[in-house]
Design a protein around this ligand. Structure first.
Ligand code: IFM
Length: 450
């Protein structure tokens, strides 16, 4: 534990705005692409109310304190702060986040602010969204407004969360907002999000040189199902599409040539997309690399065409799987963190998301005995701690999620929280896993060998 303690390891929980806040059009908040998408598709439940965190923020702050959490990762809703995406800030929106940040600091909890967790203002979508290069400027303006307002109190900043998801599920698969189904648009959205990240890092650092800035990249470690050449090649493709496409450029290696070649052969690559200087901007040095990890995949050539989402490959919930159909594989987390360190070399790694969906409800004794989540967290945290004693610079671990929140189009059935939420009454109940995590943090803080 020596390494963990010497740098003051951050133990936290995470959420995102659309998944918990509700109040989708209150106090001047503008419409986001997720508001529009869920309403247009008629998907219910949606984020109109979610966990009503906007109104229950004080209660939620008390819960975080009761659980002994030392770091809280949340996202700000761009359209709550800038209802039209750019221009005049909404002071009531800023006031909400002031209340949250000040409430965290009063309780000794470190705020970790994510600027973009998929909820682009709808006005900006109407102007082309992430497919348009203007999005880079829009994001720079939004991030500057936020840093100017909060950098006196918020030290840790994450620009963009899981750009693979919002680019490819949102612009190619069409299953997430804004619901587009076009490969080239997905590639443009991904490039502009990465560019927006790099430009914002530069601008944020100019405004507030002392803040720490990173990005949260999702990963899907993959291994071939057999040692056949086809499966090995398919796995390499999948890794390029899903992992290397984002990690490589952020760490100065450019886009992976093997995958770019495939896009070119398929006429999906927009030849004018990357301009001189773009790759340098994307590789603007960051203070930490956020890694979101949930599961690994075994790839066979028949299912690994790179334009297939892995969501379709997963088996149903079973022993060894979470209720998302995701294989439980803690060793793959340790191996991937090792790979991040060896292959991309960030100075600091934060596990910005890790957790499991299990729908245990309230038992007759009023408690929630979510033993499967405790087992999942125990095994994954053990890997993080093991790998960090072997020279991999992991400095933080955030459970996803603080609350049972809205799992996007999957609604409220997929429960990731350490805290159970009855979405009818909005009553919160700390699960056994929440108490377990509290005790784990306390044990690490009190470790005399730390
Ligand atoms: O709930 C999501 C979160 O918004 C982003 N990362 C994965 C989580 C679980 O699917």
């Amino acid at each position: 534990m020596g390494y963990l303690m010497s740098k003051r390891f951050s133990w936290g929980v995470g959420t995102s705005a659309y998944q918990i806040e509700g109040a989708w059009n209150e106090h001047g908040k503008g419409e986001s692409i997720w508001d529009r998408f869920m309403h247009a598709e008629g998907i219910r439940p949606n984020g109109d109310r979610a966990c009503d965190h906007y109104n229950l923020v004080d209660k939620d702050l008390e819960l975080l304190a009761a659980m002994g959490i030392d770091s809280y990762r949340f996202s700000t809703a761009w359209s709550r702060v800038l209802p039209l995406g750019t221009g005049t800030p909404n002071h009531r929106g800023l006031a909400f986040y002031d209340r949250l940040v000040d409430g965290l600091l009063e309780r000794g909890i470190e705020p970790w602010l994510t600027l973009y967790h998929w909820d682009l203002p709808q006005t900006l979508q109407d102007a082309g969204g992430w497919v348009a290069r203007d999005s880079v400027e829009w994001f720079a303006e939004y991030s500057s407004v936020m840093v100017e307002h909060f950098a006196d109190r918020v030290t840790n900043w994450i620009t963009v969360n899981e750009p693979w998801v919002s680019s490819f599920l949102g612009h190619h698969e069409g299953v997430f907002a804004p619901g587009m189904t076009d490969w080239s648009s997905a590639l443009k959205a991904a490039h502009h999000q990465l560019l927006a990240h790099g430009v914002a890092v530069r601008e944020m650092r100019r405004i507030a040189p002392d803040i720490a800035i990173g990005i949260a990249l999702d990963c899907r470690p993959a291994h071939p199902r057999t040692d056949s050449n086809e499966d090995v090649m398919a796995t390499r493709h999948f890794d390029g599409y899903r992992n290397r496409w984002f990690f490589d450029p952020v760490f100065g290696k450019g886009y992976p040539a093997d995958i770019q070649t495939v896009y070119m052969e398929r006429d999906q690559w927009p030849s004018d997309l990357v301009r001189d200087g773009d790759m340098d901007l994307i590789a603007e040095p960051i203070d930490f690399c956020g890694v979101n990890y949930y599961t690994s995949l075994g790839i066979d050539a028949a299912h690994a065409e790179i334009d297939h989402s892995e969501g379709r490959i997963g088996p149903p919930a079973d022993d060894g799987f979470t209720e998302m159909g995701w294989r439980i594989d803690p060793q793959a987390l340790g191996a991937f963190l090792r790979r991040v360190s060896d292959e991309w070399g960030p100075t600091s790694i934060i596990v910005t998301e890790n957790g499991a969906s299990f729908s245990d409800g309230i038992g007759p004794d009023g408690s929630i005995h979510d033993d499967r989540r405790i087992a999942y967290l125990t095994s994954h945290i053990a890997e993080v701690e093991r790998i960090s004693t072997q020279g991999v610079p992991v400095d933080g671990y955030f459970v996803w999620s603080f609350l049972d929140n809205l799992e996007w189009v999957a609604g409220f059935d997929q429960r990731f929280g350490l805290v159970h939420v009855d979405h009818g009454t909005q009553i919160r109940t700390i699960k056994d896993s929440g108490y377990w995590f509290r005790d784990h943090i306390a044990a690490r803080r009190n470790d005399p060998n730390g």
